[in-house]
Design a protein. Structure first.
Length: 407
């Protein structure tokens, strides 16, 4: 076992590191242009990656498990409470379409990568299913599908490392593409042009501008936390109930297995019930200030946790080809979006945000929109990206059963 300065059972110190580095990442993003370009999410991830590889913090800890188990589920409804879902398809239909196109690219890339590398990477059928789900929805779907198919812990850790390394590279590519003349000439770039015009006029547009101060009362904080807990409890209890009453054993009909996967999946049910709540009571939820801020802070802590298991020595030792596999999936996602976007004349900003949302989840995409100054796209991509939470598990589980049938 590798010695680290902070041990895995040093609960208070680890929680302190997670919370403090998440805070530093937010401050850097909102204070410095270079940090806004990188995005606070990537700073949070890379910081913990460096600390874990310098053996300052462990790659595994019950504290990290607590973030996945408790903070992440609470963050999801918080991020959605103030969104008017009735306007989703009116304002974001282009983003929805290109998001689905990028998700199709994920399916193609996952299938191709599996076919090429299945003889060289152990348990690739299960891991490919999780990556396929993750690169449609995000880390939530990766967790759900790995829990479903239960690959060995070593290969999961190695996959997380490969995923983190590839995601960091692709995120950097997302941030770079809008400044490259080739893409500026080939695609429409209305949001980029608007930002440049503002800058010429002496205006600024940054994360600091987006997360400006607003009136938040004690009642707002209480409502945000209380409602989030309520939605999580109801969703998870219902999922447990459906898992018990709907059989999912060998010999069960395909219909019942599918029904179990739909109704018994906790995160899927959480997203669905939250969407239903904000659809039925839009005025009530719009009156609650601070939910996005609290949810985003929890997500930043989650990003810090994502970077911690990224042991470079582990990926070299266990499965270096996993980097190649994940890279195939990510690049196919982006390339499919760029090709289809060019054919159907989508804006470059829509393509990059949709691909980002499917690869990294809605929070990384919204962080990119904020960092780039594309304020009008922040809300829509956050909502569109959450569609990945719903469809990602379907994609991953379907791919998993298909790949396992080939063995």
């Amino acid at each position: 076992m590798i010695y680290t300065i902070v041990q895995s059972n040093d609960t208070w110190t680890l929680w302190g590191i997670l919370a403090i580095w998440a805070t530093i990442s937010i401050f850097l993003e909102q204070k410095y242009k270079w940090a806004a370009m990188v995005s606070g999410a990537i700073i949070a991830l890379l910081g913990s990656l460096i600390l874990s590889n310098l053996n300052v913090i462990p790659t595994e800890s019950p504290v990290y498990d607590a973030v996945w188990t408790y903070l992440l589920p609470l963050a999801i409804p918080m991020l959605l409470l103030q969104i008017d879902i009735r306007q989703l398809f009116k304002e974001s239909h282009k983003l929805v379409v290109i998001f689905l196109v990028c998700s199709f690219g994920t399916i193609v890339g996952t299938t191709l990568g599996f076919m090429l590398l299945r003889d060289y990477i152990p348990e690739l059928d299960k891991i490919a299913a999780a990556i396929g789900a993750s690169y449609v929805g995000g880390g939530v779907n990766f967790a759900a599908v790995t829990a479903k198919f239960q690959p060995s812990s070593d290969i999961v850790s190695a996959t997380v490392v490969a995923d983190n390394m590839v995601m960091a590279a692709i995120f950097a590519l997302y941030m770079l593409i809008p400044s490259l003349p080739f893409f500026r000439k080939k695609y429409n770039t209305p949001s980029i042009d608007a930002v440049e015009k503002q800058q010429k006029n002496g205006s600024s547009s940054s994360a600091d501008d987006y997360w400006n101060k607003k009136e938040v009362s004690l009642k707002d904080i209480a409502a945000t936390v209380g409602i989030a807990f309520f939605l999580v409890v109801v969703s998870f209890k219902l999922a447990d109930f459906f898992n018990e009453v709907i059989p999912d054993t060998e010999g069960t009909s395909i219909f019942l297995v599918l029904l179990n996967n739909i109704l018994g999946e906790k995160y899927l049910l959480l997203s669905t019930i939250t969407f239903l709540a904000i659809y039925l009571f839009p005025t009530f939820f719009k009156q609650i200030n601070g939910s996005q801020e609290i949810g985003t802070y929890l997500i930043y802590i989650f990003f810090v946790v994502i970077g911690a298991p990224a042991s470079v020595s582990l990926i070299i030792e266990k499965a270096p080809l996993l980097i190649v596999f994940v890279l195939i999936v990510g690049l196919f996602n982006l390339a499919t979006g760029l090709i289809a976007g060019k054919l159907f004349k989508f804006d470059l900003e829509h393509i990059l945000l949709a691909s980002n949302a499917s690869v990294g989840g809605p929070t990384t995409a919204s962080a990119m929109a904020i960092a780039k100054g594309w304020g009008s796209l922040v809300g829509p991509i956050l909502v569109v990206g959450t569609l990945g939470y719903i469809i990602g598990n379907y994609v991953g589980i379907s791919l998993g059963y298909w790949f396992m049938s080939m063995n």
